[in-house]
Design a protein around this ligand. Structure first.
Ligand code: MSP
Length: 610
């Protein structure tokens, strides 16, 4: 068995190792201290196994970018915390599409287990109806937030069940599943047995602040402990596997402290996928839901098996998750994949929490922010922009409405929206809304062009590094540079002077509108509707907007003779007590002093972690 395991580990390492240098892996022995109480027919499950072994030819080609959000529990409708991961994922997916990659953006809902069955009962529904309803509310919210996912998987989909069973059988055939009694403290909200060491007073779960319950069960176990060494090797050889880098230490110390086998079935829970050959037990939600990342890859009309699913896009390029579920993704999941002989995902990024009064916002704590209300009140662009700009991706961040309004007014309405509106107004008044020259010739010898090019590069690097707040900041800096140029050149005065001055003013407007065009593209992963509105006002069609690529951020897209649309505000200011609007004050202040760059620091908060 050690040899078999080493083959899959070797494959995993090869695929994680960009330079394909040979790893030296010492054989290790299995620690199966329990006997299986039931013997499955392993030949039945091992067929086709070799075909699934991952080799480099099997790897997702570099032009395909597969990214996933967690599959959300359907115990309650989505809150802003669940929306946060999805907004970030959508922005990353949109950026990768702009780079010309084929993107498979996977999201979905996690519908089995005790927590879901209990919430269905509490709502007087049968679990199936309950899941349909809540899963639909996720889809509705994604629509409202302009989330352009490619695949939506529900763990109650029959195709998912087929893949989970096949996966279970492969792990079983590899000798990694055994049966044993387990006694411990269980947090139903985490759907996890907890170590007493990590609990608060009265055995309370630190994430959900509710007491864990004592449980004793006869379960099937996954031999996680066998994978301790391989996991250590993988992480030391591929430190970028866990991001941000400061989360790697956490994962390494979990592993170092000793990995314990974990229970992968439940005897007391009916609402789940039956364990193959033992319908008295259901498969543990995590051993079920993680497989959604693979089962999502097939279409309903395709063959529903691991081989087909894997061939359609596995391994994932990026699992985007909250830090509370890092252990499942950076420890359990890679070990499960190794056991089944499948390639590991390329990266797991654990972001921080949206908090309220320092506590993780969540359904279980009941301290959530309503995303539907927020979108209806402020629109999808404001919501997307605020959370991605305000919270350094990876850190925690607290929400306040005052801050929300300050930021979106200052950045989207003033710096970006107003600049466009003023420029189009002047163009209409003085040039019949028509560009007098190409933007390339207008910008000859003008330093602003170089400034913008550097900021576009900065935005690109930040998007690539998943530093979404810094990407927003780079785009805002382009807006600031445009505003500064407008104020310094004062084209409205030059038009009044007439002659050569008026000609120069007409060129200035072309330059500023070119800046706006570049902003529209660079901002489109974050605020797609706003970007479309800007693009349309510049005289482009929806088709033209839909076919833009990151290359179009190069200076020179606007041509002489192009006619601009009628100016109308692209982002309506949110009205509020001006006293509270500290961010707007900063913008006004920076304009007076000529220091146009506005930098907003987020105070990271420390939050109790799972
Ligand atoms: N069902 C599991 C995931 C299975 S993935 C195969 C789950 N679901 S969840 O609905 O509880 O959480 C889904 C995601 O939402 C997690 O990444 C979690 O971190 C994130 N968030 C939930 N509340 C959050 C905040 N308050 N802030 C930011 N993200 C948070 O776990």
């Amino acid at each position: 068995m050690a040899a078999k395991l080493n083959t899959s580990l070797h494959n995993a390492l090869c695929l994680l190792n960009p330079f394909n240098t040979p790893f030296s892996i010492k054989p290790f022995s299995s620690r199966n201290s329990f006997r299986f109480s039931k013997k499955l027919n392993s030949s039945q499950y091992s067929s086709g196994r070799r075909a699934l072994y991952c080799t480099s030819s099997h790897e997702n080609d570099a032009e395909t970018f597969v990214l996933t959000t967690p599959l959300y529990y359907v115990n309650a409708p989505p809150h802003m915390g669940s929306a946060y991961t999805t907004i970030a994922a959508d922005s990353i997916a949109r950026f990768q599409r702009l780079l010309g990659k084929k993107v498979i953006f996977i999201t979905g809902t996690d519908e089995h287990g005790e927590k879901i069955a209990t919430s269905a009962a509490a709502n007087g529904r049968n679990p199936g109806d309950h899941c349909d309803l809540i899963s639909q509310s996720y889809r509705t919210l994604w629509k409202e937030l302009d989330i352009a996912y490619d695949k939506f998987i529900r763990t109650t989909d029959p195709k998912h069940e087929a893949i989970v069973k096949e996966f279970y059988a492969r792990v079983f055939a590899n000798g990694d599943i055994y049966r044993a009694d387990y006694e411990g403290l269980y947090c139903v909200n985490c759907e996890e047995y907890k170590d007493e060491k990590e609990l608060l007073e009265n055995n309370c779960c630190p994430v959900h602040q509710m007491p864990c319950v004592a449980r004793k069960e006869d379960n099937y176990f996954f031999a996680l402990s066998k994978y301790q060494k391989p996991l250590e090797e993988i992480l030391s050889q591929n430190p970028r596997f866990v991001q941000p880098s400061y989360r790697l230490n956490e994962v390494q110390s979990w592993i170092k402290s000793g990995l314990r086998d974990f229970s992968i079935s439940r005897a007391l829970v009916d609402w789940g996928i039956p364990v193959p050959d033992d319908d008295k037990q259901t498969i543990y939600v995590w051993f079920d839901a993680l497989l959604g990342y693979i089962s999502a890859l097939t279409d309903d009309n395709e063959q529903q098996n691991l081989e087909t699913a894997v061939s359609l896009g596995w391994p994932a390029s990026l699992h985007l998750i909250g830090k509370d579920i890092l252990r499942f993704h950076a420890v359990y999941w890679p070990a499960m994949l190794m056991s089944a002989g499948l390639t590991l995902p390329k990266m797991v990024f654990g972001h921080g929490f949206l908090t309220k009064d320092g506590m993780k916002m969540g359904k279980s704590l009941g301290n959530t922010l309503e995303p539907f209300e927020l979108v209806q009140k402020f629109g999808p662009d404001a919501v997307r922009y605020f959370f991605l700009r305000e919270v350094e991706f990876g850190n925690d961040g607290d929400y306040s409405e005052d801050r929300f309004i300050s930021i979106v007014n200052a950045h989207l309405a003033n710096t970006i929206g107003n600049l466009l509106n003023r420029t189009l107004g002047l163009l209409k008044k003085n040039c019949e809304s028509t560009l007098v020259v190409d933007s390339t010739s207008a910008a000859e010898g003008i330093p602003l062009k170089d400034t913008v090019e550097k900021l576009v590069e900065k935005a690109q690097t930040n998007y690539e590094n998943l530093s979404l707040s810094s990407a927003c900041e780079a785009v805002l800096e382009i807006g600031n540079a445009g505003n500064l140029y407008m104020d310094q050149r004062a084209p409205w005065l030059l038009f009044k002077q007439g002659g050569v001055s008026a000609e120069a003013a007409a060129k200035d407007l072309v330059i500023i509108l070119e800046v706006m065009r570049i902003i529209a593209i660079a901002l489109s992963p974050i605020a797609p509707c706003l970007s479309l509105r800007i693009y349309s006002q510049l005289g482009f069609s929806l088709d033209q907007f839909n076919s833009i690529t990151w290359n179009d951020t190069k200076w020179g897209g606007l041509k002489g003779g192009q006619v601009m649309a009628q100016a109308s505000p692209v982002f309506a200011r949110i009205e509020l007590n001006p006293e509270k609007n500290e961010e707007e004050k900063k913008v006004k202040e920076s304009k007076k002093t000529g220091k146009a760059k506005v930098k907003v620091e987020l105070q990271p908060k420390t939050v109790a972690e799972a």
